[in-house]
Design a protein around this ligand. Structure first.
Ligand code: PLP
Length: 234
């Protein structure tokens, strides 16, 4: 009973989010197929998380490695995304569980991942997190650090840079987030010719601002609150 109620709530929320993504795509002539919804499951109990694949939600995001360690083994047949800060001492335990790391926020972390991936004979897909708002409490590379990083990025053999990620500042005036998202796209467009990687992903947009992010080119939107509205938290 409880499960069916939660499924119905999630279905309704999801449908509304998908409509809004479609609306944003239509306004700028994009196809909704270019946008993947990453369901952010932080604070959501595992019983609820296990419902998501029934709704074809198989891209799931966690911001804390410890939460990921707990949840990923319960749901191994989905694509887990790490969207929060990764400490180097957690690389070994975390990377085997994730499909994409959105939040590579320093050269030191990048090089540590490269070293681990070479040792393991693995390819690791990552996004570089950019601090587009300049807030001091935010992780991420300063925007002006990215182009000078191109030679280093080009030298990586085991890490594949798949694109960029950012978080806008929380604001009542949602339109204010647009410059952060367009800056991320511009940086991607400037970096692309420097690398052999297509940099096909822009991870940007959360519950508050995902429509603007989609209008500005997001390929991955990370949504928690809007998806789980009405669901009891753990
Ligand atoms: C929590 C979180 C989200 C989702 O935020 P909502 O506002 O709940 O949709 C997205 N990205 C990151 C990095 C987060 O930590």
């Amino acid at each position: 009973m409880q499960d069916e109620r939660q499924l119905a709530i999630l279905q309704t929320n999801l449908q509304r989010i998908r409509e809004r993504i479609e609306g944003a795509c239509a306004r700028v002539g994009r196809s909704p197929a270019e946008v993947t919804l990453v369901a952010v499951t932080k604070t959501i109990p595992i019983e609820v998380v296990t419902i998501l694949p029934k709704l074809d939600l198989i891209d799931l995001g966690e911001n804390r490695p410890q939460e990921l360690w707990r949840k990923a083994p319960v749901l191994p047949n989905v694509r887990w995304h790490l969207i929060g800060h990764l400490q180097r001492n957690k690389i070994e335990r975390t990377l085997p569980l994730v499909q994409l790391v959105h939040s590579v926020d320093s050269e030191r972390l990048l090089m540590a991942i490269e070293e681990w991936a070479r040792e393991q004979n693995r390819i690791v897909d990552v996004l570089l997190e950019i601090n587009t708002t300049g807030e001091v409490n935010k992780h991420g590379f300063p925007p002006e650090r990215i182009l000078p990083l191109a030679p280093l990025l080009g030298s990586l053999r085991a890490v594949r840079i798949r694109g960029l990620m950012t978080m806008a500042a929380f604001t009542e005036v949602i339109e204010d987030t647009r410059p952060n998202f367009s800056l991320l796209r511009t940086l991607r467009d400037q970096l692309r010719p420097e690398l052999s990687s297509p940099l096909d992903h822009l991870s940007m947009g959360m519950s508050n601002d995902f429509e603007i992010a989609v209008e500005e080119g997001a390929t991955l939107v990370r949504i928690g609150t809007a998806l789980f509205a009405g669901i009891k938290k753990g």
